[in-house]
Design a protein around this ligand. Structure first.
Ligand code: HAM
Length: 438
C-alpha cells in the first residue's frame, strides 16, 4: 500500500511538473516571434478593412462535425471532445473558420455591408502525433472574407497572407494552388475514383477502404505508403481534369489575378486540404527550408459552409497561418523577433529599508518609462553592474538622503554623469527620452 502511495505521488509529481505532450509554454524569443507576426498581421488585415473577432476556444461539437466535415481526419481522430457538466458534447476548436461562421450567423452579420472581413488569432487544438512544427496546441492567425463569390476576393486573401509573410522578411516561400471544383465536379470525380479504386479495394489501407465509401477524394490525402503507391501505379487523374466550365473559369481568373499582382505560384493538381468545406480555390504556402511540416498556412474558398451551419447562403474565402511554423521559417531564414524590452532605468536601494522607496520611484516613471527596480539592497558597484547587465541607460540610486526627500540619484551609464533629482524632475527627464533610442 505504501509503495502504491509513493508511486502515485511520484506520478502526480511527474504530471504537475511538465506540460502535456504536444503543448508548450511560450516565452522569450518564441513569444516575441509570435507577437511580431501578430502585429504585422493585424496591421495588414485591419488596413484592408478587417475587424477582429475572438470566438471561444470551445464550441458545441456539432459546429466542427458539420463545419469541418465528418469524413475528415480532424473530426474522426483529432478532436479534443468531452462532455460538459450538463452532458453536452463540447470540442476544443481544431481550427478557426467554423467558429467564425457560427458567430457570423449568430450575430446576423449578413446585414452588415458585404463582404465582411474578419481576422482572428488564438490557440487551436488537434490530437496529432507531435513532431517539429506539429503540436497538439498550436496558434493561428486567420482571415475570412464572407459574402463574396468573386475571384478577386480569393486573390485578395492570398495577397494579404503573402504580404504579411513578406513583411516579416520571409523570402523562401512557395504558393501551391489548386482547385477542388464545385460539388458537381467532386461528385463526378468521386465516381471516377470509385471506378478505378474499387477493383483494388484490397490493396488500400483500412482507412482508405472506409474513405472509398464515405468520401473517396480523401484517399488522395492519405499518408499510408500502400495508398500512395497504388495511386501512383494507377496513374489516377487529378480533379482538375473533371472540372466544369464554371470552376475552370474561376480557377483561371484567380491564377491570372495572381500573375497581375506579381505573386508566383505553382499548380498543385492534387491539393486536398484536410477540411471538407472547400470549393473551388484551395492553396497552401510552403517554406523551402522546413522539413515535412512545411506548410506555413493554407486556405481556400468555402461557398456552402454558411448554409451547412444553418445560415442564409453566403460564399466565403479565407486562410490561416500557423504561428509556430512561421516562427520556424523566420528562424531558418535568420530573421529576428521583436527585441526584448530593456529598461531605460534600473533603480536599486542601498539598504533593504529603502526598497519601498525604490518601488515608489519606479511607479512614478511607469508606464511611459520602462523602469525596473531591485527589491534587495545593493552596494553601488554591484547595482551599477546589474543596471548595465540589464541594458539600462540609467541607474537610479536610493540611499538615506534620497529616501528622506522623495529624490533619486540618477547616473547616466554612458556619460557617467550623475545628479540628484527630485522624483518629479527625474520623471520629466526620463519621459523626455525616447525609450527606443537608448
Ligand atoms: P489548416 O491548413 O488546417 O487550415 O491550418 C492552417 C495552418 O495551421 C497550417 O498550414 C499550419 O501552419 C498550422 N497548423 C495546422 N495544424 C497544426 C499543428 N498540429 N501544429 C502546428 N501548426 C499547425 C485551417 O485551419 C483553415 N481553418 C484555414 C482556413 C481559413 N480556410 C479557410 N479559412
Amino acid at each position: 500500500m505504501l509503495f502504491f502511495n509513493n508511486a502515485a505521488t511520484w506520478l502526480t509529481m511527474k504530471l504537475v511538473t511538465r506540460a502535456v505532450k504536444g503543448t508548450h509554454d511560450l516565452f522569450g524569443d518564441e513569444i516575441r516571434f509570435q507577437r511580431k507576426i501578430l502585429r504585422n498581421a493585424r496591421q495588414w488585415l485591419e488596413s484592408a478593412g478587417a475587424f477582429e473577432l475572438a470566438t471561444p476556444v470551445f464550441e458545441f461539437t456539432e459546429v466542427f462535425q458539420r463545419g469541418v466535415g465528418q469524413t475528415t481526419d480532424i473530426v474522426q481522430k483529432e478532436m479534443y471532445t468531452f462532455s460538459d457538466r450538463a452532458g453536452r458534447s463540447i470540442t476544443l476548436r481544431p481550427e478557426g473558420t467554423a467558429g467564425v461562421i457560427r458567430a457570423f450567423i449568430e450575430h446576423g452579420m449578413k446585414v452588415m455591408p458585404q463582404p465582411v472581413r474578419i481576422w482572428y488569432a488564438g490557440p487551436m487544438f488537434r490530437a496529432e502525433r507531435p513532431q517539429k512544427g506539429r503540436q497538439r496546441q498550436f496558434h493561428q492567425v486567420g482571415y475570412e472574407i464572407i459574402g463574396s463569390d468573386s475571384y478577386v476576393a480569393d486573390a485578395e486573401a492570398i495577397l494579404l497572407s503573402y504580404k504579411i509573410l513578406e513583411s516579416l522578411g520571409l523570402r523562401q516561400m512557395r504558393l501551391r494552388i489548386g482547385s477542388v471544383g464545385d460539388s458537381q465536379d467532386r461528385m463526378k470525380y468521386n465516381e471516377y475514383l470509385n471506378s478505378v479504386l474499387t477493383p483494388h479495394f484490397d490493396d488500400l489501407s483500412t482507412d482508405s477502404q472506409r474513405r472509398l465509401v464515405s468520401n473517396p477524394l480523401r484517399i488522395l490525402d492519405s499518408k499510408a505508403p500502400q495508398d500512395i503507391a497504388l495511386l501512383q501505379e494507377l496513374d489516377v487523374k487529378p480533379l482538375l481534369e473533371f472540372m466544369g466550365e464554371k470552376s475552370r473559369k474561376h480557377f483561371e481568373s484567380v491564377k491570372k489575378a495572381l500573375e497581375d499582382l506579381g505573386i508566383a505560384y505553382t499548380i498543385d493538381s492534387r491539393i486536398v486540404r484536410g477540411l471538407d468545406y472547400y470549393a473551388h480555390t484551395a492553396w497552401e504556402i510552403h517554406h523551402e527550408l522546413l522539413g515535412s511540416q512545411s506548410a506555413l498556412g493554407g486556405g481556400g474558398r468555402y461557398d456552402t459552409l454558411v448554409e451547412t451551419l444553418g445560415g442564409a447562403p453566403s460564399p466565403g474565402v479565407g486562410w490561416a497561418l500557423g504561428l509556430e511554423r512561421v516562427t520556424l521559417a523566420m528562424q531558418a531564414e535568420g530573421l529576428s523577433p521583436d527585441a526584448a524590452s530593456r529598461p531605460l532605468i534600473y533603480i536599486f536601494p542601498l539598504a533593504a529599508e529603502f526598497a519601498e522607496k525604490a518601488l515608489l520611484a519606479a511607479q512614478s516613471f511607469w508606464p511611459q518609462v520602462s523602469a525596473q527596480y531591485s527589491l534587495s539592497a545593493k552596494k553601488p558597484a554591484k547595482g551599477l553592474r546589474e543596471a548595465e547587465k540589464r541594458g539600462a541607460k540609467y541607474a537610479g540610486i536610493i540611499g538615506q538622503d534620497e529616501a528622506a526627500s522623495e529624490a533619486i540619484t540618477i547616473k547616466n551609464l554612458h556619460t557617467k554623469e550623475q545628479k540628484l533629482l527630485s522624483l518629479k524632475d527625474a520623471a520629466a527627464l526620463l519621459k523626455g527620452e525616447n525609450n527606443e533610442a537608448h
